[in-house]
Design a protein around this ligand. Structure first.
Ligand code: C2O
Length: 584
């Protein structure tokens, strides 16, 4: 399915809001009877899991006394699910967490150790709260928000609603305060997999509801940092006023009036006024590529599957892009508290604006897909978390209940696709750049990656064969071409960034230019392993179907892939190209 089709057919352009809402809710409430989405085919997936020696974790959990309930949703789906959904932590078993930037042990346990956990029931839809862009808030709206935050800060320190307690929830789920239930060698971790977007959706949802409760206004909505639109590519003003309750001094002060660069790496200088237009176009194009390259393969956008007992290994393109915002907002000096380190990130109110935008981009993605559920897999739909809600109850929230924002009583006031026409603008930019580049480039030989892992301490350039050349339009719609940088070994919980470029080889040789950026691996400091001596494997999967057209490499039987280290130590195990079947 082409983007132009998506953009015209699914935008609520002429329909009234109620109509759009009605059809959205209808479409997505059917997810259980829908066809299983093939990420890879069932057989492929099963044999892959067998190779991994994955046991049926559902049996383990059932054997442990039914911590995970009956799985009726699996019955008629045609394939027995292997694994089990990740379940909420055992509150009685909280342990010290780790500030992974410096190895310090920290207490991120909730202020309660037992709870009568009840199932979350999505609110009755009496009205829709509308989240607005932070840079467009009125004075009254800013004042109201400030008052709500003030009240949150004034609550007793051990009140689960308290400002710091709310911030600590992020550490609880990111820095190892709990093991996964039934697997005492695996930390509960909601980054780096398909749990990333639903967990954060619930997290900021309850934060919003609690704030509304504190000011006695159930219509209260939190703002979003509209960083995907040119006007929003700055730190939003309401958070920069030092006398405001929204202010936080632990940020990169150099960025207070700087234009955001979605390619930012620690220490990079701010764009000069002459560069601003170009950076805005590049930012928009990054966002455009993020959507268009992933639309038929949700794992590319949202992250790879994570089942009970597994450690996460693959953030999606949305999470990687979001990591850059953390690194750009937080201070450069280690330990990068607050925004630059997951342990403390949510101590900055800007975190919630940032995540409201991440949430909004997920909503946009869903919309572009006609609200087809991203994974019709019980291990995603039934995965659950617990939160302390606005009624002072501990609620168990399932992924399947948060797939439509309207069912949670909110929506976004937004221009949905500020990147719509960026392709033309980018082409113009590149043409200008090529004209000014010098003549007579020298070509050098380049070899394949080989089988031995390589430290990414200097740029690695390799030739990567493509499974198929000259794919037809239909073939491209049936499967995305995906560049996989695999077996990435990360030694510590530190911040990491490296960039991945692709270029067309010239008769097996390569020029000095890196080519086009296919994506970046961006990791914000957080814990991922139980013991400090272990290391973890991760991967990044990048859709390149459209990019290949852009660089006119569809007929090429291989690509030159360049891995450019920007920050942190990693070892790369493999680079290859595969096809991911589209579910559209
Ligand atoms: Cu839980 Cu922006 O991270």
């Amino acid at each position: 399915m082409s983007l132009s089709h998506l953009a015209t057919s699914t935008l609520p352009a002429s329909s009234t809001f109620t109509n759009t809402l009605h059809s959205k809710v209808q479409t997505r409430s059917n997810i259980h009877v829908g066809k299983r989405i093939a990420y890879t085919s069932c057989e492929q997936k099963q044999s892959k899991e067998k190779e991994d020696h994955t046991i049926d974790r559902r049996n383990v959990l059932l054997g442990m006394g039914g911590l995970y309930g009956a799985t009726s949703a699996i019955g008629n789906q045609g394939m027995r699910a292997i694994g089990a959904p990740v379940s909420p932590p055992d509150l009685s078993k909280c342990q010290l967490a780790t500030d992974s930037a410096n190895g310090e042990r920290v207490n991120c346990c909730p202020p309660y150790t037992t709870a009568n956990v009840v199932d979350f029931i999505p609110p009755r839809k009496e009205f829709l709260r509308q989240r607005k862009a932070a840079h467009k808030l009125s004075h009254d709206e800013i004042r109201k928000f400030q008052t709500a935050i003030q009240k949150l800060k004034e609550l007793p320190a051990d009140d689960p609603w308290n400002y710091m307690q709310q911030a600590t929830i992020h550490c609880t789920y990111c820095n190892g305060a709990f093991d996964q239930v039934g697997f005492d060698d695996v930390l509960l971790q909601i980054h780096g997999s398909w749990l990333f977007t639903p967990w954060h959706r619930y997290y900021i949802y309850f934060w919003e509801k609690i704030l509304g409760k504190l000011i006695g206004d159930p219509t209260f909505s939190i703002p979003y940092w509209n960083w995907d639109a040119p006007d929003g590519m700055y730190m939003p003003q309401p958070y920069l006023d030092t006398s405001s309750t929204l202010y936080n001094g632990n940020r990169n002060l150099d960025h207070y009036s700087a234009l955001l660069d979605l390619d930012y790496t620690f220490g990079a200088p701010n764009p000069t006024p002459e560069q601003e237009e170009e950076i805005k176009i590049k930012n928009l194009r990054k966002v455009y590529n993020m959507f268009t390259e992933t639309i038929g393969s949700p794992a590319l956008f949202l992250g790879t599957p994570l089942r009970a007992g597994d450690a996460p290994d693959g953030a999606g393109s949305l999470e990687n892009m979001h990591g850059t915002l953390h690194q750009w907002t937080g201070p450069v000096a280690i330990p990068r508290h607050d925004m630059g380190n997951f342990y403390t990130a949510a101590r900055d109110t800007m975190f919630f604006a940032h995540h409201a935008n991440v949430d909004r981009l997920w909503d946009t993605y869903s919309d572009l897909r006609g609200n087809k559920a991203e994974f019709n897999d019980p291990d995603w739909l039934e995965a659950s978390f617990i939160f302390y809600d606005e009624n002072r109850k501990v609620v168990r929230c399932k992924v399947k209940d948060c797939l439509i924002t309207e069912n949670l009583g909110y929506t976004y006031q937004t221009e949905r696709h500020p990147w719509k026409d960026v392709k033309k603008r980018y082409k113009k930019l590149v043409r200008g750049r090529k004209r000014s580049a010098g003549e007579g480039i020298s070509l050098s030989p380049v070899s394949e990656f080989g089988s031995a892992p390589r430290a990414l301490d200097t740029t690695i350039r390799v030739l990567v064969p493509r499974p198929k050349t000259s794919r037809s339009k239909d073939e491209k719609e049936e499967a995305s071409e995906v560049l996989v940088v695999d077996e990435i070994k990360i030694a510590h919980g530190e911040s990491i960034k490296f960039d991945v470029y692709i270029a067309k080889p010239i008769e097996g040789l390569v020029g000095p230019e890196l080519g086009e950026l296919a994506g970046s691996f961006v990791r914000v400091a957080h814990s991922h392993v139980k013991k400090a001596t272990e290391s973890r494997k991760a991967k990044i999967e990048l859709g390149i179907t459209n990019l290949l057209d852009d660089i006119e490499a569809e007929a090429s039987d291989s690509l030159v892939v360049s891995l450019v280290p920007q920050h942190g130590d990693v070892i790369i195990g493999a680079v290859h190209i595969e096809h991911f079947e589209s579910d559209m």
